[in-house]
Structure formats: C-alpha cells, structure tokens
Design a protein around this ligand. Structure first.
Ligand SMILES: *Cc1c(COP(=O)(O)O)cnc(C)c1O
Length: 492
C-alpha cells in the first residue's frame, strides 16, 4: 500500500509539498524496481551471484570495483571479493583440537585501515618539511630551532614529525611528558629532548635512562635529580624555567638568585639552558610581551652577576619567533608554525606556512530527503528538497566537534557542500544540491566517493582555522581532536 505522506503533520514553516517530491516514483517505476529486486534478491544473494561470476574468471574482481545499478561505485570493494574468503583462513591444527574455519591473523591485518572505516587523517610530511625549512631560514645563523612535538606533535604524530623536522633544520625537540620523550627515544631519535615541565621526582630514573632533559623550578626536584644522577656517575642536565608573568610554572624572575644559591652545591647539576614563556605573544598588543622580556633580562642579569652561565637562552614560541626577531636569543621553541597554522592573523604575510593535516572520508549512504523532513538528531536541519543527503563516518568522537553542526562545509569534486544536521558521535551528514548552477552540472554523489572534511581542492576549502574561529577556540585544539587516532593517520 502506498504511504500517504500528506497525512503527516508538517513542521512549522512548511506549508505543504507544492513542488514535486524529488524522490517521486511513478507507479510503473516502482513496479520495475520491485521486479528487479526479486530477480536480484537481497544483497546477500547478489553478492553470491557476483562471487560465482568472479569464480569463473579466476577469482578476479574487475579493476575499479563492483558494478552497482549500472553505475560504477568508485572504490567499493576495491580490496575484497566477498567470496574470496579462503585467503583469510589457515589450515586448522587438528592435533591441537582446532576445528572449523580458523582465521589467518596476518591476512586479516592486510585489510587497509582506510577500508575498515571510511575516514582517515592525512599528514603531509612535505608540508612539515616546508614549514620547518621556512622557519629555520627566517632565523639568523646560529639561532637553534627546537621543534615542539608535544601531544603527539599536536595530533600529527610525534615520531614521524620529529624525524622530518630534524631532517629539515630543527636541532632539538620539546615534549610535555616523560612518556612523550621515551616514545621518541624508542623510535631511535637521538637529538636533545627537553621536557617543558618538571615531572614528579619518582620519574627521575626514566629521565636519566632515556636522556630526557627536565625543566626545573623546584629546589626539591633539583636536589633529588642531582643526587640520583650522582649516585650512578651521571650528569644531571636541565633547563631552568623563569616565570616572567604567565604564572604557570617557573621560578619567579626576582627569586632566581636565591633559587640558584640553594641548589648550587650539587656537583652533578648542569644548567644547560634558561627559558621563559610569553603568555601574550599571540596578541596584537605587545605591551605585556615587553614587560615579560624586561623581567627575563633582569633574571639573566642576576644570574650572570652571580657568576652563573645560563646556558642556551630561549623564550619564543611560534608567534613570538615570527613577530619579534629580537626575542629569538640562542634558540626558539616552535610548534604550531611547523604544522602549518598561523598563531595569529598578524603573521599573515610574514611567513609562508602550509597546513599539514587533512581529513578525508568516503560517503557511506546517499538519499533524497523529501522537503521538510529532518536530518540527524533533533532535526536541527530540515531538507529543502532537491538535494541529496550524504553520510560520512566522521563524528565528534573523531574530533569533528559537535558545535560545528550546521556551520561548516565539506569539499567534494572541487566544490563546497554544507554539512547539515547535528554531528553525531561517529557520523554526520552533508547536502549536495541537485539543481544545476549556471553552466555547472550538479554532482551526483555515490557511495564510496571521497569527501574532504578538512582540506583544499581548487578554490574550495575547509580549514581547521575556520573551525577554530566558529568555535571560539584555537587550531591547536582542533588538530589535537582530529589527531586522537580514532581515525587512522596516513603520511603522504
Ligand atoms: C607549546 C609550547 C611552545 C610552542 O608553542 P607554539 O605556539 O605551538 O609554537 C613553546 N614553549 C612552551 C613552553 C610550550 O608549552
């Protein structure tokens, strides 16, 4: 029996379906489809049928994927002939009591991550390289570049990024935790690693074992660290953190001489560097940076007056490095710029950066939604008709933040399409209008088509900076969300 949509109550603002329903099906068309469905059977029998044909042709799947409804779905079934299951099995070990089909773990592992779930993050190592070279070239000779790869390189992958950065001009690395440092060492990275904070004293053996330099700002830690190193005949190198006004961590700038006096009798301690961090380097107003700089110079002067060599002097993050060349000292600590993002609009035109991260998905469902029907939870969007609603397997658990719902575009075929409806935990929808625009024919989206959640294609783009602006947050937080590894990460 035909379903009578006219009996449904319509939402406010939709006065009726005066236009022809884009999903309209004539009675003849419906009968033809029903007949075709019985002939072909359900999906399972159709797969069996295609498998039987494949068997006759030596288990080969035609290159380019399975044919579906007469149209080629570009990537569906690229890697799997559904009937080629035997390659995923191994011979059961009958003596060990194994019976029935036993799966071959290695063969299963060969199924690519990007074909287990149709969403992934791509990191362009050439972009990381370009950014690192660009920052390095902007520094005077002799100024060292410390690449900040904390938080898994801002979601870009610490080991891969660290290697690329060290090959492109960075001399040192910075991490946030002991374990982040150990990860780099275990990957065989030998460059100096500074941990940007002071760990609990119980982590001291790990620092010494893996040659990770701590930041130091408490007397207790300095002494325990020195004693531990001395006991086994090692040195205890560290960087001293000066608090010049951010009030996060550090020895206050006017208490440095007292601090050094209290730790100075420990022979194992090596002061390898002295640094501060600006709270406002990304702000247009430069007054507070100037104040922090004066405090930092004051602390350095007291150290020198007390006969202490401060070691490598450093203060600048990405924004300060580009905006205030006079604050580069012996070394700069650069994170965000190396991943291709501008800390502040002030930096546009001052340095050429390429974003390294793009986020990709493939369409998992396409449908025409009649005028007035809702899309996704709570129907925050209702279809205007004449558009295909496409689903992609990317949601807020993957870093696509819920509050971006109905406020961003995705990119496909060099054009931008609005994301519509609330973003779900694992999926979300976007809309592809089915009217032609001027001379531009409309796009006919297919299951398996690739979509950019973040990226650029011709004039069309969807950027992390836009998302950060919409949410009133920073690109740091958006990158880290997409880099949480729920989606596999691919390096290009
Ligand atoms: C994170 C961090 C940096 C790098 O900041 P960017 O803005 O990403 O360049 C530098 N120094 C310290 C102390 C940091 O915590």
């Amino acid at each position: 029996m035909a379903y009578n949509r006219a009996m449904e109550e319509l939402p406010n603002g939709f006065t009726g379906f005066t236009k022809r329903d884009p999903g309209f099906t004539s009675a003849g068309e419906a009968m033809r489809r029903a007949r075709a469905a019985t002939e072909l059977g359900n999906d399972e029998t159709r797969y069996k049928e295609s498998g039987r044909k494949a068997a006759q042709h030596g288990w080969q799947v035609p290159h380019g994927g399975i044919m579906f409804d007469g149209q080629r779905r570009p990537d569906v079934g690229r890697h799997l002939d559904p009937n080629d299951m035997k390659r995923y099995l191994r011979v059961p070990d009958v003596l060990a009591g194994e019976t029935g089909p036993i799966f071959n773990e290695e063969a299963l592992a060969e199924i690519p991550l990007t074909d287990r779930r149709w969403s992934w993050v791509e990191i362009s190592l050439p972009a990381i390289r370009h950014n690192t070279l660009t920052v390095k070239r902007s520094l005077a000779p002799g100024v060292r570049l410390m690449a900040v790869v904390k938080a898994d390189a801002y979601g870009h992958g610490a080991v891969q990024c660290a290697r690329t950065m060290l090959n492109s001009g960075a001399e040192q690395l910075a991490v946030a935790s002991v374990d982040e440092g150990i990860e780099l060492r275990q990957a065989g990275i030998g460059a100096p690693i500074l941990m940007l904070s002071e760990p609990p004293v119980s982590a001291i053996p790990l620092l010494l074992a893996h040659k990770i330099m701590p930041t130091v700002f408490t007397i207790e830690f300095a002494i325990r660290y020195a004693e531990a190193a001395d006991q086994i005949g090692l040195r205890a190198p560290f960087h001293l953190k000066i608090n010049t006004g951010m009030n996060r961590i550090g020895v206050r700038f006017d208490e440095v001489d007292e601090f050094l006096r209290q730790i100075s009798f420990h022979r194992a301690l090596d002061l390898a560097g002295t640094f501060t961090h600006f709270a406002t380097a990304d702000e247009t107003d430069t007054l507070e940076v100037g104040r922090a700089k004066d405090r930092f110079l004051y602390a350095l002067d007291t150290m020198r007056a007390a006969g202490v060599d401060p070691g490598l002097i450093h203060a600048s993050n990405s924004a300060a490095t580009t905006r205030f060349p006079e604050l580069r000292y012996d070394m700069v600590r650069v994170g965000l710029s190396l991943y291709g993002y501008y800390s502040t609009p002030e930096m546009f035109g001052m340095i050429d950066l390429h974003p390294a991260m793009s986020v990709h998905a493939r369409i998992t469902d396409v449908k025409t939604v009649p005028l007035g029907e809702g899309v996704s939870y709570f129907f925050t969007y209702r279809s205007g008709g004449y558009a295909k609603i496409c689903t992609v397997p990317v949601g807020y658990a993957d870093g696509l933040r819920f509050n971006l719902s109905n406020r961003i575009n995705f990119v496909m075929g060099g054009r931008q399409y609005p994301q519509v409806g609330n973003i779900c935990m694992d999926q979300c929808m976007f809309e592809v209008p089915q009217r032609s625009r001027g001379t531009q024919a409309h796009l006919e989206p297919q299951i398996g088509d690739e979509v950019l959640i973040v990226g650029e294609q011709g004039d069309a783009f969807a950027t992390i900076d836009q998302m950060a602006d919409i949410l009133g947050t920073s690109s740091y937080e958006i990158c880290i969300g997409f880099g949480n590894l729920r989606m596999p990460r691919i390096y290009t």
